[in-house]
Design a protein around this ligand. Structure first.
Ligand SMILES: Cc1cc2nc3c(=O)[nH]c(=O)nc-3n(C[C@H](O)[C@H](O)[C@H](O)COP(=O)(O)O)c2cc1C
Length: 330
């Protein structure tokens, strides 16, 4: 079980990302230094209905610990029952409640970010989930619905309701992913609560993490997109933030080894469809910003091949073909 108050500072964690932070990707991040992972959200309604696909999503490997399972929903009793089922069945180290998702079919059902507009319902959900489980209960939220100051009161509501930690993405629901994450505003919210706070949004490196931490005064960082195709960010963050050691970009060999490892974990987890499910991750490993590091690679052509890959052999061939030695022979 996590004790948010005594975890080493700064806390460094992988953010929950639907369809992304599943068992294989969390394991890849752990193996590259992630101290803590948040699993993708699961629907409380589906858990309570014992939907096999949803329950399967909450299964994890012991090597992923410490791990927090996120749930979403609008009905306090259903949220509590889902949290209880998850704790009893899988025993994660913490439960997180989604109060920040801006996606239409989530907010239109009064959950995700819409809970920021309903403090009574948010309170009832935190109360009910706290009563239902023994592990800590955290909440992930945004700055507000349309006003980026809603969070200043909302953190007080969450603290009074009994939450153990709050993660704040420094954007409003209306902003979606546009603009930039306002780490200063997260800092104002941080000063309104005695709970530990994780700052989130646009943190992709040791430099941005240092900036976010100093501007927010948060207890730690939550890394989402910055970890996609880049699990090494955790090794760099642990070394840079805790030990002041400079970041070490991975070599091409390391990059290829991780993609192969990720692919094998997908096949173990999802069987034959594993490679098709991996396709969404693959372009992140070969972003065009890497052009300077590997000038011989045709990134457009490579990404085009990766998103059509169907077998491990095919993937290995494509990756093997990217080594510089294959190009210098031409
Ligand atoms: C593909 C994707 C899926 C996401 N799914 C979730 C989710 O399941 N639960 C949640 O609280 N936030 C989710 N988020 C939001 C992220 O956790 C994070 O708050 C946001 O991406 C900002 O952080 P970043 O700039 O580090 O990516 C998702 C984001 C992305 C890009």
């Amino acid at each position: 079980m996590i004790d948010w108050k005594s975890l080493p500072r700064p806390i460094i964690a992988l953010a929950p990302m639907a369809d992304m932070t599943d068992l294989p990707f969390c394991l890849v991040c752990k193996s590259r230094g992630a101290p803590l992972v948040f699993r993708e959200m699961v629907s409380s309604e589906a858990v309570v209905r014992m939907n096999p696909k949803t329950l399967e999503m909450a299964k994890f490997d012991e090597r992923e610990r410490p791990l927090v399972q996120q749930i979403f929903g609008a009905d306090p009793s259903v949220m509590a029952e889902a949290a209880r089922i998850i704790e009893e069945t899988f025993n994660p180290d913490g439960i997180d409640i989604n109060m920040g998702c801006p996606v239409y079919n989530i907010v239109s059902n009064f959950n995700g970010a819409s809970l920021m507009r309903e403090p009574e319902r948010a309170t009832a959900i935190v109360n009910a989930v706290k009563d239902a489980v023994t592990v800590p209960v955290s909440v992930k939220t945004r700055l507000g619905w349309s006003k980026d100051t809603d969070v200043l009161e909302f953190v007080k509501v969450l603290e009074a309701a009994g939450a153990d930690l709050i993660s704040i993405h420094g954007r409003t629901k209306e902003q979606g992913y546009s603009g930039t994450s306002n780490w200063d505003r997260v800092g104002e919210a941080r000063r309104n609560t005695s709970l530990p706070v994780l700052v989130n949004g646009d943190i992709t490196s040791v430099e941005t993490a240092k900036d976010a931490l100093s501007r927010s005064g948060a207890d730690g960082v939550l890394i989402g997109r910055g970890a996609l195709g880049n699990p090494w960010v955790f090794r760099d963050l642990v070394a840079g933030l805790r030990d002041n050691v400079p970041a070490q970009p991975p070599t091409l060999d390391e990059r290829i080894a991780v993609v192969r490892e990720h692919a094998r974990l997908h096949v173990l987890r999802y069987g034959e469809r594993g490679l098709v499910k991996l396709r969404k991750h693959l372009p992140w490993y070969f972003k065009k910003e890497l052009r300077k590091q590997y000038p011989w690679i045709d990134f457009n052509a490579l990404r085009g091949k990766l998103v059509r890959v169907t077998t491990l052999e095919e993937l290995d061939d494509i990756l093997e073909g990217q080594h510089e030695r294959n190009f210098s022979r031409l």
